[in-house]
Design a protein around this ligand. Structure first.
Ligand SMILES: Cc1cc2nc3c(=O)[nH]c(=O)nc-3n(C[C@H](O)[C@H](O)[C@H](O)COP(=O)(O)OP(=O)(O)OC[C@H]3O[C@@H](n4cnc5c(N)ncnc54)[C@H](O)[C@@H]3O)c2cc1C
Length: 416
């Protein structure tokens, strides 16, 4: 039984912990936050392979019970008189045969619960140093006593601590896609439950959504800037000022959303960044989820990629009988094409969602109008033909690692 330390208890971390435990490893998860988050976070998407994995974990029903319930999209092109209504469920059916939208913190709660009692979760701590040798990794923590593990996995997000400690400065791998993303927790003043409202202008789109079981709402802003914006990641006042400048003059709900975002206590602002690493493994340390291969928040299906990545990592390690050199290498090979396609899709989605010209904006609004008039089967066929391969999640072939690493007798007993 190998002891494996995982940094980060959000999406990739708990999925990895669950599957490592199932394959007979001994995972420990360390999370910087003082406990499981309760604020909700933002809405994330699970597409077909991720849905299949959570089903194998036995938590599909819990996840579906917490779906945001978004069924309608109301899209207004800036300057147009009337908004266009779009069936949100159909949009997702075109992208994937199985889909669920859920708030990230609720997803994390369910995923952590899947292995509760079997996996050690340590909250309120962070790895301070890592030192590898031939046989293991010595780890010191900011608070807890030093410990030794066989392997370490960084599942600690886009600005990963493990990646910084092992691979160095994040800027070597960060590729900003030229767009910015802000999300603010605001009062649900429109009484939204099953509807997302979007107002779209050239180089910017603002929106608001809630979930059927949520008291508040989220204001969402995506925009492009001709120049690189200068701000410190802790300087929220400056970030809010940049946001206000970027959305000045946009009509309909945008001024109210901006005003609410100014008052918001929970506020996120960052450039949308892709992580590009030739390899995300060094010796006994590897990365999973956004830490290793984020295709860009909100545009690339990164939550599904994080779930699939964690599942494959655990499975390949088990299939290699715990040989980390082989397991990590096979994991990277299995994921590489999916990671590359996710990046391409993210760039396409960002281009379509934030049109860069009046013509692009008009086409965006027309496609929403046309969408309502074309049967789903046609749209799926069209999507299959598109160069950006919007159905790339469904194209990923999920291996079944159920019996790897188990003695034949035990596997037979499970099937019986
Ligand atoms: C505003 C926003 C909107 C998004 N919208 C979407 C969307 O619409 N659809 C979609 O699929 N995805 C979306 N995403 C992306 C999605 O949230 C991520 O892809 C997904 O959460 C990745 O999971 P992860 O576990 O790899 O990383 P994360 O969810 O980032 O989790 C990392 C975890 O590591 C912890 N951590 C960080 N540092 C340390 C440390 N030093 N020590 C210990 N723990 C640490 C963090 O507290 C966190 O719990 C969005 C992201 C953002 C920010």
């Amino acid at each position: 039984m190998q002891k494996i330390l995982i940094s980060g208890a959000s999406v990739a971390g708990p999925v990895l912990a669950y599957w490592l435990r199932r394959h007979g490893f001994e995972p420990t998860v360390v999370e910087r936050a003082p406990g499981p988050r309760k604020t909700g976070g933002h809405a994330v998407d699970l597409f077909r392979p991720a849905m299949d994995i959570v089903e194998k974990m036995g938590v599909l029903a819990q996840i579906q019970a917490r779906e945001t319930g978004t069924e309608h999209l109301t899209v207004l092109r800036d300057g147009a008189k009337r908004p266009v209504e779009v069936d949100a469920k159909r949009v997702m059916q075109v992208l994937s045969r199985r889909h669920c939208e859920i708030m990230r913190d609720e997803l994390a709660e369910v995923l952590i619960g899947a292995s509760s009692g079997e996996v050690e979760y340590v909250y309120g701590d962070s790895i301070a140093s890592l030192r590898q040798d031939e046989a293991g990794v010595d780890v010191t923590f900011e608070r807890g006593a030093p410990r030794r593990f066989d392997l370490v996995v960084g599942a600690d997000g886009l600005h990963s601590n493990v990646r910084r400690l092992v691979f160095g400065d994040e800027r070597q791998f960060s590729r900003p896609i030229g767009a910015y993303l802000a999300v603010a927790s605001i009062p649900n003043y429109l009484g939204l439950s099953d509807r997302t409202i979007l107002v779209s202008g050239v180089d910017r789109i603002a929106g608001v959504y809630s979930a059927r079981h949520m008291d508040d709402a989220r204001a969402l802003f995506l925009f492009r800037s001709a120049r690189e914006l200068e701000y410190h990641h802790r300087d929220v006042a400056r970030q809010k000022q940049l946001l206000t400048e970027a959305f000045a003059g946009l009509g309909w709900e945008a001024p109210r959303l901006l005003a609410e975002a100014q008052r918001a206590q929970v506020f996120y602002f960052d450039t949308i960044t892709q992580l590009r690493m030739d390899t995300w493994t060094r010796g006994r340390v590897t990365l999973a989820g956004d830490a290793g291969y984020s295709p860009g928040a909100a545009v690339g299906g990164s939550t599904s990629l994080a779930i699939v990545g964690a599942y494959v990592l655990a499975g390949e390690l088990a299939a290699a009988g715990g040989d980390h050199v082989r397991g990590f290498r096979n994991c990277e090979e299995t994921l590489r094409e999916y990671v590359t396609s996710s990046r391409s899709l993210a760039l396409t989605v960002a281009k379509r969602l934030i049109p860069g010209s009046p013509l692009g904006l008009w086409l965006f609004a027309q496609s929403a109008w046309l969408f309502n008039r074309v049967p789903t089967s046609w749209l799926r066929a069209l999507a299959r033909l598109s160069r950006s391969s919007v159905q790339m999640h469904d194209a990923f072939v999920l291996k079944d690692y159920a019996d790897v690493g188990r003695p034949a007798a035990a596997a037979a007993a499970v099937h019986a």
